[in-house]
Design a protein around this ligand. Structure first.
Ligand code: PMV
Length: 334
């Protein structure tokens, strides 16, 4: 038996980092997915193949006569760790231990801050459970996926695994030992442009950096995180009422606070400023920072903003928002 399951990537609209400390975040699924194919085996071997995990970019620099090629290929290896852990944790949860061949395909670059690790974990959990005859609920898959993220990366909020499991637009919060996952109603399509600059640091390092600063200056960093929490609540109202002007202002404010936390970079800041100057109503980094993606809210002058972002040297991605969460795409019985 062969089962294909898939789960979407995501963009954090507001609240990254603060969500790790119990504040809410607003997050949306995108229409780029990870596909996990699980094929049952008669032995107990777990075989993983992920030939199709793409990396965001290649950087070529010339040092004298020497050509230096840098890639983000290292980002693929951690993704494999999520698959292995996902199978281990799902086996334990279901009380089954059977071998499986897992093949992963990705429609998006890994390590760019689009939630690929969570989508890899969640699609693997759904496919592995289904090939063993279990249909898990999206919330159950989200909880298992969160366990996988915590096991692999140490600290993680339930944000990415929640959105990739449930899909759509969500407000996510971990409060009083429970995960709140509240769908957000959005009237009009959000005109977002996503720009990517090469990543200089991993999510785990950026989360550790914030934790360290918070430990050293709890009264300062604690307040910054609290302010991000307030922005998230206001942004939720602005989203519901389609107030793009206010939403843009709040994105700029959120970016300023992420910069204050220390997770932005010069390249991200430049991209944010270029997008704003070219006509975006607001722009901010999205995800953990240390490079990665910027989102710009662009209800008008879209071509101009996109061009300015490309000239700056960033990759530009367009995507539809609000995609469906984890799903079983195909079941083949041989
Ligand atoms: O790794 P990313 O880009 O998906 O962002 C992680 C978001 C953080 O809030 C920084 C960490 C977390 O676990 O929520």
């Amino acid at each position: 038996m062969r089962v294909t399951a898939s789960a979407p990537g995501k963009i954090t609209l507001f609240g990254e980092h603060a969500v790790v400390y119990g504040y809410p975040a607003l997050v949306v699924a995108i229409n780029k997915r990870i596909y996990a194919m699980a094929e049952s085996r008669s032995d107990d071997v777990v075989k993983i193949s992920a030939k199709d995990l793409r990396v965001p970019g290649i950087v070529v620099s010339y040092v004298g006569n020497e050509v230096v090629l840098e890639t983000d290929y290292g980002a693929v290896l951690p993704a494999i760790a999520y698959i292995n852990k996902a199978i281990e944790i799902t086996s334990e949860y279901l009380g089954v231990k059977r071998g499986v061949n897992i093949e992963i395909k990705s429609e998006m670059p890994v390590g760019a801050g689009l939630g690929t690790s969570a989508a890899v974990a969640v699609s693997t959990i759904a496919a592995y459970a289904a090939v063993n005859g279990y249909e898990l609920k999206p919330e159950e898959i989200a909880d298992l996926g969160w366990k996988v993220e915590k096991a692999v990366q140490g600290i993680a909020s339930p944000m990415d695994t929640s959105i990739t499991s449930l899909g759509g637009f969500l407000k996510v919060r971990y409060k009083d030992n429970a995960v709140e996952r509240t769908p957000i109603s959005i009237g009009k399509n959000l005109p977002l442009i996503i720009g990517y600059v090469e990543r200089e640091a991993k999510t785990r390092d950026m989360v550790a950096l914030v934790r360290d600063r918070l430990n050293r200056y709890p009264d300062i960093y604690g307040r910054i995180l609290e302010m991000i929490g307030i922005i998230v609540e206001k942004a939720n109202q602005a989203l519901t009422s389609n107030d793009f002007k206010q939403l843009g202002e709040l994105m700029n404010l959120n970016h300023a606070l992420l910069e204050a936390l220390g997770v932005s970079t010069r390249k991200l800041n430049e991209l944010v400023y270029i997008a704003r100057e070219a006509g975006a109503y607001g722009a901010k980094l999205t995800g953990a920072g240390g490079g990665g993606c910027v989102i710009a809210l662009v209800p008008e002058k879209q071509d101009l903003v996109e061009l300015a972002m490309r000239i700056h040297g960033s990759m530009v991605m367009k995507t539809e928002l609000g995609d469906e969460g984890v799903r079983i795409d195909k079941v083949e019985i041989s």
